[in-house]
Design a protein around this ligand. Structure first.
Ligand code: 5FX
Length: 536
């Protein structure tokens, strides 16, 4: 009988699971797609957004029902739950869950003969039925209030100095502040506030799980150097907050044994350990085995870029998070809201909804796109702060449309990667001889897109076998936390690097063309001019 590890990822559009063996090879994987498999929740792209509204939420219980379905699917796949020695998970960042006064008791007394969603979907357990998620941008007023205090010396810079980011609309502090203001009754009956990651972890633990440092860094509440809630932030945010957030833990903490619910219902071993859950971006950093000097580009619903930092850096355009793989390190994160949904929109309008045609159009246009440039933001973008389509010709004139679909397709992909490189360079990233771009996420299977990535970054692009780095990262953390044990074990012997050393190196998929720097360096300068003009 072999030992296995279970990783889960509560991403925006689906819930994924992977079971790995001792060598970290994939034995089983499955998923539940929210829009199509849980149509009763009427989500679009995994979320609920009223037309014209900046509020974006998810019925919290949808994630629980998805978990019920996922576990059944794993059973059907033939997973032997008794072999799983540890599990961990990741989730879309920033979203929050509000447990009512009966939350803790319900977690501790789950009836194994009933579904989870039947037992957790009641007002005494969830004091607020809908969770605000990362796509919400309705909290500008709360952000201004948070930055008007004296955190870290005050202002956006002060907030970034302490929490790793200036106040952002999707970050949990602004979302909690809005709930405390607009739903004060429900807020006061809230016993615990979880992130989506710690919410999911709580279900497996049968008790409230701690928020981990890496996902906690996406809240504007954690002092990322002290690894504790900042009292100044808490006070500015909402009343009685420290008690509602509970303690924090590092991201591979081995928290406790699995709840008896899973032992009795699915045959998990009572010894199976639950390792802290974290955010999808930190988990991706783990899943990609990012090394110092590399840059990772994740192409999903949101596109994200991350880098390893040994020291925190104060920056107001981007985020610094505690590193999920090493307690005293940090990571840089850049988030671009308009990722795959925007690529799909241009594919539908310019390429008949076909990726094949899209790639042909992309391959048939020259690097630099005849001097045309485009930026496409279907919804309010984070970096830069803009919404709408922006098209320019070689002379810099603003156009309403390009003359051909080829130009449109290339403008989209070049524009997306130019933005990523420009903002990464603002963070101090420098392209060097040894630079590796590690690509992951759904669109990283598309080599035409990756070729543009290699050219814009003038660096080779690598991928790994699975494009699901977040769910893999969660499973690697399960092993990492398991080997360290609850007494913390030997950190060096069981570092993440040592734990994942058995895995093959990533595969080189695209190298830049000779003229890449010559074509794209000037386009980076042009991008900076365009976005400063958009901001005016
Ligand atoms: C990061 O800051 C984000 O908001 C997104 O990448 C979410 O984590 C997507 F799940």
């Amino acid at each position: 009988m072999g030992s296995t590890y279970l990783g889960l990822d509560f991403s925006t559009q689906q819930l994924k699971a992977v079971v790995l063996n001792e060598e970290l090879q994939i034995l089983h994987e499955t998923h539940v797609h929210f829009d199509s498999e849980l149509p009763e929740f009427r989500t679009h792209g995994g979320v609920v957004q009223k037309k014209g509204s900046k509020e974006v939420t998810v019925p919290t219980i949808m994630w629980v029902k998805a978990l019920d379905m996922l576990l059944e699917k794993l059973r059907v796949c033939g997973v032997d739950f008794s072999e799983i020695v540890a599990l961990s998970g990741s989730a879309q960042q920033h979203g929050s869950v509000y447990w009512g006064k009966g939350g803790k008791a319900a977690l501790a007394s789950l009836n194994p003969s009933r579904f989870l969603h039947e037992q957790l979907g009641i007002p005494s357990v969830l004091s607020i039925p809908n969770s605000p998620v990362w796509m919400d941008s309705s909290t500008t007023a709360q952000c201004r209030r948070l930055e008007s205090g004296s955190v870290g010396g005050g202002g956006a810079v002060g907030m970034a100095r302490v929490t790793g980011s200036r106040a952002y609309e999707r970050f949990t502090a602004a979302q909690i502040a809005k709930i405390a203001e607009t739903k004060s009754q429900a807020y006061s009956t809230t016993e615990r506030i979880s992130l989506i990651s710690s919410f999911a972890c709580s279900i497996f633990l049968g008790d409230y799980a701690p928020i981990d440092w890496a996902d906690g860094s996406g809240m504007n509440l954690l002092d990322i150097e002290a690894k504790d809630w900042s009292d100044e932030c808490l006070e500015l945010c909402a009343p009685m907050l420290r008690g509602k957030l509970g303690a924090t833990k590092h991201s591979y903490a081995n928290i406790g044994p699995i709840s008896p619910y899973f032992v009795e219902r699915f045959g998990f071993s009572p010894e199976c350990r639950v390792v802290a859950f974290t955010g999808d971006n930190p988990a991706s950093l783990v899943g990609m085995r990012l090394q110092e000097g590399d840059i990772a580009v994740s192409l999903g619903t949101s596109d994200t870029v991350f880098m390893w930092l040994s020291e925190p850096k104060t920056i107001t355009e981007g985020h610094v998070l505690c590193n999920p793989a090493k307690k005293d390190a940090f990571m840089a994160l850049l988030c671009f809201k308009n990722g795959s949904l925007t690529r799909e929109r241009i594919r539908d309008n310019s390429a008949d909804g076909s990726w094949e045609i899209f790639n042909e159009l992309l391959n048939n246009t020259p690097r630099g796109n005849f001097g045309n440039m485009g930026l496409y933001f279907d919804s309010q973008e984070i970096l830069p702060n803009a919404v709408g389509d922006f098209r320019y010709n070689k002379a810099g004139d603003k156009l309403t449309r390009f003359t051909s679909t080829e130009v449109e397709v290339r403008a989209l992909i070049e524009g997306q990667f130019i933005a990523k490189r420009a903002h990464a360079e603002d963070f101090g990233f420098k392209i060097g001889k040894g630079t590796r771009v590690l690509a992951t996420g759904g669109a990283s299977v598309n080599t035409s897109i990756l070729q543009v990535l290699a050219d814009v970054f003038n660096s080779p692009v690598y991928v790994q076998e699975s494009t699901n780095s977040a769910v893999l990262g969660a499973a690697y953390q399960a092993k990492h936390g398991y080997l360290l044990g609850s007494s913390e074990g030997n950190e060096n012997e069981n570092s993440l690097e040592a734990v994942t050393a058995c895995l093959p190196a990533p595969t080189l998929v695209c190298s830049p063309f000779q003229d890449a720097a010559e074509v794209y360096n000037p386009m980076i300068t042009r991008y900076r001019k365009i976005i400063s003009a958009i901001g005016d």
